[in-house]
Design a protein around this ligand. Sequence first.
Ligand SMILES: Nc1ncnc2c1ncn2[C@@H]1O[C@H](COP(=O)(O)OP(=O)(O)OP(=O)(O)O)[C@@H](O)[C@H]1O
Ligand SMILES: [Mg+2]
Length: 466
Amino acid sequence: MATGWGSLLQDEQQLEELARQAVDRALAEGVLLRTLQEPSSSDVVSYAPFTLFPSLVPSALLEQAYAVQMDFNMLVDAVSQNAAFLEQTLSSTIKRDNFTARLFNIYKQVLKEGIAQTVFLGLNRSDYMFQRNADGSPVLKQIEINTISASFGGLASRTPAVHRHVLNVLSKTKEAAKILSNNPSKGLAQGITKAWELYGSANALVLLIAQEKERNIFDQRAIENELLAKNIHVIRRRFEDVFEKGSLDQDRRLFMDGQEVAVVYFRDGYMPSQYSVQNWEARLLLERSCAIKCPDIATQLAGTKKVQQELSRMGVLEMLLPGQPETVARLRATFAGLYSLDMGEEGDQAITEALAAPSQFVLKPQREGGGNNLYGEEMVQALEHLKDSEERASYILMEKIEPEPFGNCLLRPGSPVRVVQCISELGIFGVYVSISACHVPPNPTTTIAILTERERRKLTATEHEM
Ligand SMILES: Nc1ncnc2c1ncn2[C@@H]1O[C@H](COP(=O)(O)OP(=O)(O)OP(=O)(O)O)[C@@H](O)[C@H]1O
Ligand SMILES: [Mg+2]
């Protein structure tokens, strides 16, 4: 696995000049974030952090990640349609994790009253790192799959031009030409378009559930712009707006400010801090509606760390994807070690192993948005504290992936240009639309999983993030 930019990293003066050029090109291309100081306004913006040089990805692993994305789309869909599996898998977690429990309560409530929409839109991102096998060959290992608010599709569409620019400045035209084009925002917009068409009302809108303070707005605008070019209008509203002004008619059609909504696209609602009492009410209203949700609450639950851990248990993939041994093998090949911390022998064993070799494990709560995982000494302290308490069931343990570090410059506003050791993560976006053959009945075992294979195959876009 070639990983470095070698002697190019030695010349400090050249790096500084390159960085100036790269930053200007990033600004010109629209690799932008709002500032920390003014997260609600686009009056002053800066560039989103990026690496000066592109990160190298072994082509075989990129191909593998593309190929398995279709399988992950199928899997997420299968999990989200399997109420018995979700209920059983999350039963211990929801006793101890209030956030997952609240999501689950909404799920149960809409299941009970009957799900109003048969079309489901999935826009997910599967994240990977590369690790070396004992024999030295590189392998792809999944970190996790994000089923709600998977971001950076928009900005990642614009970074190839920046990296080509850097290499062209260095007269490395051959290398520049090797940088693949990338356009996830187009694929994500295609998915929303398909869902909007299936909803079948020419005047209905896409409702993007947005945060008030949204630094990453340009990432979202890239998708909005694609939609507008197809004459599909997007309105951005907060949960608070939905609470105040959203309503359902007698057919459970969703209206916002008097306009009918065909598709709800969540770029909020994945963390506990994003929910007030009113926001939970608004989420329930949206879930009860017959607008197509991206994701619906079941698909959000399918993306929890606990589900990820249970999927790695022998026999589970086979149960969810019966008669598809090759799909199962492709999926399983990307799994790292994942361990339940539920009370009992299995969980005790996992804790003993993690305490004996802390550098080989990561402790993960059921959270999204980064910064919640525990490593090393912090993990040890948490495990010591948790090990005799049922609270441990709200976490999982994961094998720590050890990618090879390589030198690069991380460019971020206000930071000096210097070479640091980096590790990279590859995110592959997956897009699918599935149609449940009937309104979901109260008994989940009779849910018909779908006439949609052809539909999904046609639609599945696989684009890489970085
Ligand atoms: N098993 C692992 N081995 C090594 N690093 C890991 C592992 N799991 C997670 N990480 C690191 O922690 C980061 C966050 O982990 P993860 O994606 O599971 O959490 P998250 O809160 O869902 O993050 P995100 O905001 O990216 O969805 C990853 O991007 C990766 O850098
Ligand atoms: Mg995540």
